[in-house]
Design a protein around this ligand. Structure first.
Ligand SMILES: [Cu+2]
Length: 174
């Protein structure tokens, strides 16, 4: 009897800990193990089949972004973009490390979430649902749902206007 109670209790505790970790809606109003801020997706023009999603991800403990998904596409990948011999190259990465307490920036010209084979056009002002799968050091995975607003590439002097990829490789902005 004693064994059973102990086991039940341990299971309940584990479940609570996990749901607390997973219960995250992308807001930063209260402290969360993983915070996603300033998410946005680049709006597309008709016939454009791919776009990028960008954001700031901060994890409390050493974690990694292992997967991203969206109802807009069956093919969402985590990409890295960098200059190699004066050529901007993009490649898929298995995961994106999120060191504890460090805000990792996904931005044009760097890491980004690539949404390929778009099922529909992403228009400015749309909110694109994205599910980010984050894995912590213990191997626990949690999904974070966000709604990333779509912004046009040349959105005046807003933050997004720094998006020209050919420039971002060398610029360093704080
Ligand atoms: Cu890409």
């Amino acid at each position: 009897m004693k064994n059973l109670i102990t086991r039940t209790l341990a299971l309940a505790l584990a479940t609570t800990a996990f749901s607390a970790w997973a219960d995250h809606a992308g807001h930063s109003t209260q402290h969360q193990p993983v915070q996603v801020e300033q998410a946005w997706v680049r709006a597309t023009v008709p016939q454009q089949t791919a776009t990028g999603a960008f954001m700031l991800i901060t994890a409390d403990t050493d974690s990694k972004l292992v997967k991203a998904a969206s109802p807009l596409s069956d093919k969402v990948e985590v990409h890295e973009m960098k200059m190699e011999n004066d050529v901007m190259r993009m490649r898929q990465v298995e995961n994106l490390p999120l060191p504890a307490g460090q805000a990792v920036e996904l931005k044009p010209g760097g890491y980004h979430i690539m949404i390929l084979d778009l099922k529909e056009q992403v228009k400015e002002g749309d909110h694109v649902p994205l599910t980010l799968t984050i894995e912590n050091a213990a191997g626990q995975q949690a999904d974070i749902e966000i709604q990333a607003p779509a912004r046009a590439l040349a959105a005046g002097n807003a933050h997004g206007a720094h998006g020209q990829m050919q420039h971002d490789g060398q610029s360093h902005k704080h």
